[in-house]
Design a protein around this ligand. Structure first.
Ligand SMILES: NC(=O)c1ccc[n+]([C@@H]2O[C@H](COP(=O)([O-])OP(=O)(O)OC[C@H]3O[C@@H](n4cnc5c(N)ncnc54)[C@H](O)[C@@H]3O)[C@@H](O)[C@H]2O)c1
Length: 156
């Protein structure tokens, strides 16, 4: 009954866009972009589109104030988590959850033959898993009770 959901399914729905910053951008500039777009992470990309890491709220929280650094003079390249833990479009969301849990990351860049084609977050993955489970439960209810189950319930 469980239908496999792939990273490509998520990207098809949410879009292939991604927000990134060069490694020499300041943490402050990155935080401004994150606040403006209401996202919790940015992909760190070198000129030419090479992914070199991920800069997240977690990186900022742990590596700036606590280490006596300033967000205006510290670069994203100094703070980013690298190398990036990434996935491919063919990967199953269950495998993404395992990667996120094992590596303590909430954002996974999506690479297709080495090229960045998007990003999936923990909210994307959990949202899709919940919707999939709800659909499975609904199918099972119909299977157990017959297709007219909702009509019979309404008639009670
Ligand atoms: N309703 C939904 O389908 C849905 C999906 C994702 C997140 N959320 C909610 O948003 C909140 C925070 O979500 P989160 O912890 O997953 O992280 P988040 O705030 O970083 O992500 C929010 C959305 O922005 C996207 N995003 C994040 N970084 C991006 C980037 N650099 N470039 C392009 N897109 C980017 C994510 O893929 C996700 O769709 C949670 O409350 C979560 O429940 C809801």
């Amino acid at each position: 009954m469980y239908s496999t959901i792939l990273v490509s399914d998520v990207l098809r729905s949410k879009g292939h866009g991604y927000l990134g910053m060069p490694p020499d951008a300041t943490a402050y500039a990155a935080l401004e972009v994150m606040a403006e777009h209401d996202v919790g992470a940015l992909l760190v990309m070198e000129e030419g589109g090479k992914l070199v890491g991920v800069f997240s709220e977690r990186d900022y929280a742990r590596k700036v104030i606590l280490q006596g650094k300033s967000s205006r003079s510290t670069t994203v390249g100094e703070l980013m988590s690298a190398p990036a833990i990434s996935v491919t479009p063919e990967m199953d969301l269950k495998a993404c959850m395992v990667l996120m849990t094992n590596n303590h990351v909430r954002h996974l860049p999506v690479l297709d033959h080495g090229d960045v084609i998007g990003i999936v977050s923990i909210g994307d993955v959990v949202g899709w898993m919940i919707r999939s489970q709800e659909a499975t439960i609904s199918q099972l209810e119909n299977y157990i009770s017959g297709d007219d189950y909702p009509a019979r319930v309404a008639a009670r």
